[in-house]
Design a protein around this ligand. Structure first.
Ligand code: ARG
Length: 419
């Protein structure tokens, strides 16, 4: 019996070329296309895989699982890598990896393959996710080892009847799912150049967005969006609606120099209208219902959470432990937030919750003030005591010098530049 390999199949050139490449190495290829909300005719991808030589090909609809098991968690954690990128590509990888493992077990394959190169984060994510879920499976990454240039790859494809996109190929490499669209390559590799309009696919240029603002009301229940403008809507449907609405108003563009896991800095352009607006609204609701110390502590957890998603560590005990913490903070994150979308900007302009810690009679400067102003003086006396004590003592001795004197410059034979 021939050995089987389960290949993550996107329908693009790299994963298409991987099919004959793996076959020529004596493997039966089962192509798996995971639907995480990317556009395109995925059944057509399946047919293409079979035509190119896959022994079997399947499309797995993972949209609901993606929304409920991945997006929901990332949103409750306000997960933004480097404070900027809502992890749209990174978040789908563990789910795609898990789906490959499920299929491999079902068809009795001992190998998994993906189309990632050796420069990106996605290889790390696929490989680590398989290590965690199914250490017995071997991971193959043809594009990491085949050492073909783009031209050689096209010649290889043509010689084997793999369709190569004709005409003006897009200079960009893109990745899309419910949580956002990533764009790389082409002119974007010059970080000094503004991304040209053609690089964008989900968002209108802010200057060409409608001249009248739109208000959108998002309803949350325990940290998860449940309605849009009063209409109860499930997350898998709500996210694409908001991608369209906010994207039409020019909201969701990100231009970032990103620190990759493999040490490279790269210029990344993203379009994440729903992710950005949902996180913004969620944060606004948390600010209304959570106390200061909890908000502050949660921020450090959020940062760690975002980083572990980026680093491919989804299937780890740390992620589960942080999830438990985040979940425990969400029991009162219920209410509504109003956003105003206008020519590329999204602003929170209203919020309400039955759990609001905001109390008008405490906050008001008008009639009905219940705050006991006279208590403030005593509070400040006690709160300021350490500072006052410190200030009352005179500096008698100057700070001691650092032992050893100023730092010596390195001897001439020590190399300081990168080798
Ligand atoms: N740098 C991003 C990440 O690691 C996205 C990479 C997306 N890939 C692409 N072909 N545009 O999450």
């Amino acid at each position: 019996m021939t050995d089987k390999v389960v290949l993550a199949y996107s329908g693009g050139l790299d994963t298409s070329v991987a099919i004959p490449w793996l076959k020529e190495r004596g493997l039966d290829v089962v192509a798996v296309t995971v639907d995480v909300g990317q556009p395109g005719d995925l059944q057509a991808h399946r047919q293409k895989a079979l035509r190119i030589g896959a022994s079997d090909a399947v499309v797995v609809d993972a949209r609901a699982e993606y929304a409920e098991g991945y997006i929901a968690r990332a949103l409750r954690a306000n997960a933004m890598y480097e404070g900027i990128y809502p992890l749209s590509t990174a978040l789908a990888r563990p789910l795609i990896g898990k789906t490959l493992v499920d299929v491999a077990r079902k068809v009795g394959a001992r190998k998994i393959a993906h189309g990632c190169t050796g420069k990106g984060n996605d290889q790390v994510r696929f490989d680590l996710c398989t290590t965690s879920l199914a250490p017995e499976l071997e991971v193959l990454a043809p594009a990491r080892v085949w050492k073909m240039t783009r031209e050689e790859e096209i010649a290889y494809a043509e010689a084997r009847g793999v369709p190569v996109p004709v005409g003006r190929r897009s200079p960009y490499s893109t990745d899309e799912n419910l949580w956002g669209r990533s764009v790389e390559c082409g002119i974007l590799e010059d970080p000094a150049v503004e991304p040209p309009e053609e690089a964008y696919g989900w968002t209108r240029a802010p200057e060409r967005a409608p001249d009248t603002p739109v208000y959108v009301t998002l309803g949350f229940d325990r940290g998860l969006p449940i309605s849009i403008d009063g209409q109860a809507t499930e997350l898998p449907a709500l996210v694409p609606m908001l991608n369209r609405l906010a994207g039409d108003h020019g909201v969701g563009r990100i231009d970032h120099i990103e620190s990759r896991v493999v040490g490279i800095k790269s210029r990344e352009v993203y379009e994440c209208p729903a992710a950005l607006t949902l996180i913004q609204a969620h944060q606004a609701l948390e600010a209304l219902v959570l106390p200061r110390d909890l908000l502050d502590f949660k921020r450090s957890v959020e940062q760690r959470y975002a980083q572990l998603i980026y680093d491919g560590l989804w299937f780890t005990p740390l992620r589960e432990a942080l999830d438990a913490f985040v979940a425990s903070t969400q029991s009162r994150v219920t209410g509504e937030v109003v956003l105003k979308l206008y020519k590329g900007s999204s602003r929170v302009v209203g919020r309400r919750s039955a759990y609001a810690l905001y109390q008008h009679e405490l906050a008001t400067y008008a009639e009905g003030d219940r705050f006991r102003n006279e208590m403030a003086e005593g509070f400040i006396y006690v709160w300021g005591l350490p500072a006052r004590t410190w200030a009352s003592l005179e500096e008698r001795t100057p700070p001691a010098p650092v032992p050893g004197g100023p730092l010596a410059s390195p001897p001439a034979n020590v190399r300081t530049a990168v080798d």
